[in-house]
Design a protein around this ligand. Sequence first.
Ligand code: NAD
Ligand code: AHE
Ligand code: ZN
Length: 369
Amino acid sequence: MDVKAAVAFEAGKPLEIATVQLEGPREGEVLVEIMATGICHTDEFTRSGADPEGLFPAILGHEGAGIVRDVGPGVKSVKPGDHVIPLYTPECRECEYCLNPKTNLCQAIRTTQGKGLMPDGTSRFSFEGKMLHHYMGTSTFANFTVLPEIAVAKVREDAPFEKICYVGCGVTTGIGAVINTAKAEPGCNAVVFGLGGIGLNVIQGLKLVGANMIVGVDLNNDRKGWGERFGMTHFVNPKEIDGDVVSHLVELTGGGADYSFECIGNTTTMRQALECSHKGWGESIIIGVAGAGQEISTRPFQLVTGRSWRGTAFGGARGRTDVPKIVDWYMDGKIEIDPMITHVMPVEQINEAFELMHHGESIRSVVTF
Ligand code: NAD
Ligand code: AHE
Ligand code: ZN
C-alpha cells in the first residue's frame, strides 16, 4: 500500500514528505495506522548523524499511537480496531531478559531492530523500489507502519491519540526512571539535569513519589517556570552561579542528591550529575543518549565513596504491561500530559518541530497525519 511518510534520506538533512510503499503484516506482525506521533530528542540525535546505530534512508519516529488495521498469521493479543502504542522496547515475556525481574530490556528482536529490519530480517518499507530502514522497531513518522505483535501495547479506546502518543517514550521514560529505576522514596532530595520533554516527566515522577527537594538544572531560564509547574522546588542555571556547579548543588541539597537524573545526553553534565549525588549512597541515573565516540569519565574515588552510576531505557518499563497503566494514570488525572504538548502540527510541518526543539521553544511537538 501507499503511505505518507517523513523520510530521513540522509544524515543531517531535513526529513522529506514522500509517498512510500508498505507491505502488509507477515506472521506475528501487525499493521497500525499511526494517528499521532511525538518528536523526541532521540529522533533528532539519529537524524543528525550522531547515532552510531543510525541507518539511512529510514523512517524515524518512536513516540506514536494508533489503531490496528490488520494482523498477520498467528497474532493473538491484538485485533483490528484495537488502539495501541508502539514499543521500541518490546515485551515478549519469554526471553531471558523478560524472565529476569531486574531488567525491562527484552532482547527477542533487538538484533534485527538495530539493523533497521523486521524480525525476519527484511524491511516492509520501500521507496521507488529501494528498501527503507525501519527505526527503533517503530517508524512512527508514517501514517501506517508494521510492527511485531510483541512491540505494541493495547490501550483504552477513550484516550486521545494526540496526548497518549507521548506515553510511547517521554512520559514513561521520565516517570519510570523515578519509580522503576531509582525506586525513589518519599522525602528524597533529587537533582534533574535538563528540563525538556524527559526531565519534566522526571520531575512529575518525583512529585508523585513525594520527593522533598527537586532541583532542576538547565541553561534555558524559560525552563524554570516549566519545572515549577510540575513540582520543581529549586532552579539552577549553571551560567548564572558563581563557581563550580557541582559544589553549588552539593551545598544546596545539604550534602548531595539522593538521586540525580541526566536528561540531556551531554557527557559533561553526566559527570556533574554523578558528582552532585550524595557521598555514601547517592545514585545517578543516565537517561540522555550521547553521540558516537563520546565517553563518560570521573575519578573512581567518586564510586569508591559510595555513589552509583546507573542508566535506564524507557524508564525501566515493560511496555505491554506498564504502558496501559500509565495511560490509565493520565485518564484518571494522576499525571499530566496536556501542558507539555506545546505544539501540534500536520506531518508536512515536521521539520518545524525539529526547529522548535533546537531553539528551546517547545517541550513536545506532536505531528498528526
Ligand atoms: P529536550 O531537547 O526536550 O530537552 C533537553 C533539555 O536540556 C533542554 O531543556 C535544554 O535546554 C537542556 N540542556 C541542553 N544542554 C544543557 C546543558 N549543557 N546544561 C543544562 N541543560 C542543558 O530533550 P528530551 O526529549 O527531553 O531528551 C533528553 C535526552 O534524553 C536526550 O538525550 C534523549 O535522546 C534522551 N532520551 C533517552 C531515553 C531513554 O530511554 N534513555 C528516552 C527518551 C529520551
Ligand atoms: N542507538 C544509540 C543508543 C540509543 C539509546 O540508548 N536508545 C534508548 C532509547 S532512547 C528513546 O528516546 C534505548 O532504548 N536504549 C536501549 C537499546 O537497546 O537501544 C547508540 O548509542 O547506539
Ligand atoms: Zn524517545
